[in-house]
Design a protein. Structure first.
Length: 385
């Protein structure tokens, strides 16, 4: 049986409680929320309400109607970016971003004429808040950043940048795909305008569910990207302007929402601190063990203190795709290439070939790490000529 170390892509396995909650809904409830007053629909309404409540509390936000569900974090980021930006707005982002941020920003630059700047991160994968502050212009509308890199796991100084945004009255959005469920995130403390999240990574939900939390201030100027049926104001041909309906057109992924809700229950029951402590211990074991083997190039924060559990590396003289196939053939699930973040690979010096990435979840064990290190040792022996 393979050892699954591709958790930055999607966590696997999911907690049994997540699967059970989705099965129960589809077998025993199955109604369509906001579309009827029968038992099945009303029970669906209740489950969605509870899910919003849990998510708001998890990220320390008080207004549950400001929790918006989408099909994934890419959709969330597109809604926020394209709903906010206007011609000639100035936007700052970093050289570490995933294409879910980069591509809609590039599109906005070409179609709207926004002024877009990429702030260069260090080769170790960290941004400097002062580099953002000195680039602020009178027309700076938005700073948007990944909280943690999906390539090398480095956790950014979000709080400091949030304080800069607050001081200069700039909207601040973070992509929490790699951090939510791994490190604490406090919407208020970080001075966020919006937090985009996905369910299927460290929140332990299924694929196909995501969302965002939006502040009232950002909501006032952000227009809906998708419009249609909401089950509310059906007599009106215009999109509702109240939350969450403003941003939630069409049938929601209710099984996904219920699975995500159960995933957050799992985290709360286990304790985020306990999960983070175990993940970090396994990550350090893997990282330091890999360096001890020799001939591996490890990217990112080599103190292994300010990172999630994503470890990117290359074996000297070996193409990452060849190393990835070797690992897979020997029972270690991984991901190689550019990880939808070419600018990040340019920043750390691994473009255009990319890296091999291993990423740990709470369900991994020390035995998994020992086995992975054994295979990495044999890869060095068998692939370097």
């Amino acid at each position: 049986m393979n050892i699954y170390l591709d958790n930055a892509s999607t966590t696997f396995p999911k907690p049994k409680s997540v699967v059970d909650s989705m099965y129960n809904y589809m077998v025993n409830v199955g109604g369509n929320a906001n579309r009827s007053n029968n038992f099945n629909a009303l029970e669906s309404n209740r489950e969605i309400f509870l899910a919003r409540e849990k998510i708001a509390k998890f990220f320390n936000f008080e207004k549950i109607e400001n929790v918006i569900f989408t099909n994934n974090i890419t959709t969330s980021l597109n809604i926020l970016i394209k709903g906010l930006l206007k011609p000639n707005d100035h936007v700052l982002t970093s050289s570490l971003e995933h294409n879910s941020v980069v591509r809609p920003l590039i599109s906005s630059k070409e179609k709207l004429g926004i002024d877009l700047e990429f702030v260069q991160a260090s080769k170790e994968g960290f941004v400097n808040p002062k580099d953002f502050e000195k680039r602020i212009k009178p027309n700076t509308k938005l700073i948007i950043l990944t909280h943690a890199s999906n390539v090398i796991g480095t956790i950014q100084p979000i709080k400091e940048i949030g304080e800069i945004c607050k001081e200069h009255n700039i909207f601040f959005i973070i992509d929490s795909a790699q951090s939510a469920g791994t490190v604490p995130i406090d919407f208020k403390e970080l001075n966020l305008s919006a937090l985009a999240f996905t369910g299927h990574k460290s929140l332990f939900g299924p694929q196909g569910i995501g969302g965002f939390i939006i502040s009232d201030e950002l909501n006032e100027v952000c227009t809906p990207f998708i419009e249609g049926g909401t089950g509310s104001l059906s007599h009106d041909i215009y999109q509702p302007n109240f939350l969450p309906d403003k941003f939630e057109s069409g049938t929601l992924n209710i099984p996904g929402i219920i699975g995500l809700s159960a995933g957050i229950d799992f985290i709360n029951n286990e304790g985020l601190e306990k999960i983070s402590k175990k993940n970090k211990a396994l990550y350090k074991k893997l990282s330091k063990g890999l360096l001890d083997i020799g001939d591996y190039i490890v990217y990112g924060d080599l103190t292994f203190e300010n990172s999630t559990t994503s470890l990117s590396f290359n074996l000297k003289g070996v193409d990452p795709s060849e190393l990835a196939f070797y690992l897979e053939d020997n029972g270690i699930s991984n991901r190689s290439g550019l990880h939808c973040a070419p600018n990040c690979h340019k920043t750390i010096g691994s473009f255009p070939s990319g890296t091999v990435r291993l990423s740990i979840s709470y369900f991994n064990t020390e035995d998994d790490i020992d086995k992975a290190l054994e295979v990495l040792k044999s890869a060095k022996k068998n692939l370097i000529f």
